[in-house]
Write a protein that binds this ligand. Structure first.
Ligand code: IDP
Ligand code: MG
Length: 159
């Protein structure tokens, strides 16, 4: 056993990732999950859900004053979304890097938005922007909790 639990656990983070309705409609679910899996992050929660406007407004509460807020809520409730929790070292920040800039016009090729999106209002995926936001979003989307397990690949991903 080459993995030492004590050293690693403090660096472990969880983030909330959601494939938005356009991502689900465009059959990008497998591709997106694959990118997080191949990176070496570990899946802790996964479900396909349709949310109502009250729930979407709660998720995006920080943006309620923005002119695009109503359109954003309509977008998120327009079809099922894939809600996920991913775990790993630095997963919040690295998850955002994998996703790319908010506006796909500015997202680098190789990022999810850079590769699969064009318009800011159809940018395919959400990822928590901080450890604190992740904590709140995971509590909102997974009140039932997430799955406790440890991938056997762990010693091949972490030193
Ligand atoms: P993020 O998703 O990259 O964290 P936020 O600023 O948190 O970006 O905005 C949340 C979502 O609101 C974006 O992903 C995008 O779908 C939408 N959004 C942000 N800015 C605009 C805009 O100017 N017009 C339309 N939709 C926007
Ligand atoms: Mg955000």
């Amino acid at each position: 056993r080459i993995w030492k639990s004590g050293r690693l656990s403090s660096a472990m983070e969880q983030t909330f990732i959601m494939i938005k309705p356009d991502g689900a409609q465009r059959c990008l679910v497998g591709e997106i999950i694959s990118r997080f899996e191949k990176k070496g992050f570990s899946l802790r929660g996964l479900k396909l859900v349709s949310v109502d406007s009250a729930f979407a407004e709660k998720h995006y509460a920080d943006l309620s004053a923005k002119p695009f807020f109503n359109g954003l809520v309509e977008y998120i409730i327009s079809g099922p979304v894939v809600a996920m929790v991913w775990e790993g070292k630095g997963v919040v920040k690295t998850g955002r890097t994998i996703i790319g800039a908010t506006n796909p016009a500015d997202s680098a090729p190789g990022t999810i938005r850079g590769d699969f999106a064009v318009d800011i209002g159809r940018n395919v995926i959400h990822g928590s922007d901080s450890v604190e936001s992740a904590r709140k979003e995971i509590a909102l989307w997974f009140p039932e909790g997430v799955v406790e397990w440890q991938s056997s690949l762990r010693p091949w991903i972490y030193e």
